[in-house]
Design a protein around this ligand. Sequence first.
Ligand SMILES: [Mn+2]
Length: 328
Amino acid sequence: MVCINNNIIKKVYKKIKEYNVIVIARHVGPDPDAIASETALRDSIRLTFPDKECYAVGLGVSKFKYYGILDKIDNEKYQDVLLIALDCPNLHRLDGIENLKYKEILKIDHHPAEDIKGPVDWTDDSSCSTCQLIAELILNSPLKLDTKIAGNLYLGIVSDSDRFLLSYTTTKTFKIVEELIKKSKLDFTSIYSYLYDRSIDEVRFQGYLALNMQVTENGLGYLVIPAEIVKKYNVDLATPSNLINSFNYIREVIVWTFITKDAKNKSYKVSIRSHGPIINTTASKYNGGGHKYASGARLNNEEEINNFIKDLDLVCEEYKRATISNLD
Ligand SMILES: [Mn+2]
């Protein structure tokens, strides 16, 4: 049976009802789940409570403009607002809240809990996405739904679960998606292009990644990508992490990572995926963190790169050894 979190949903709804001004924020460098959850929740609050002021803040990303335009507000103008943090467990990674005088913080997130802790906190790392939680909230409270809101939530769920492929996709995910589509009459197959449309430059860059990825005996796939390559293929720093899920289901690879030179910040941006070993503990040793099987990190120099690769390789080796001894 699918269990709906009615208790916390009631508390979240009550908090939203209590405030006249609500600011919704999500993590820096947003993905579709982060952007779609904030615009969907904003639009639902506006639809339900036309007299409230509700804003979704943070830097806009032009390729995500389908999900809705983000709000530019004067943060110092507002007092006593409710800040809703979505898809982000750390205060310092919330985008667009500098100098905002918020009275309380309400968090809805599917990452393991970190420093954000408000009086109402809905953290559920068994949920495939923040959009799944927002859909659960809207479907089980007086908050209103329309086709556009449902479309945003659907794409956020599809994106973060990698098309229902990742292990935190559950029967609850399907139940919520079914209800979302039924209730809104969403024509869901017509909106996939907003998620999957890409340029030939990106496809060619994916070819570069495939040709150049190193694979160790223990099943670690890794590649350090120089800034010149990113430039040569006319892609950007975010492209390797956008493409990393495409390298799942390679027989010889159990953990894979792309390490991209970030010339502007004089460091390296790291994305890691796994279909076995837990990797967020290694990520947290290198200025990062995230989910058990999908994490990110930051490296500062070549020595750190070498140590990081060695550590991950060891994680793979230990995992392989444990799996083999389980078979004995
Ligand atoms: Mn997410």
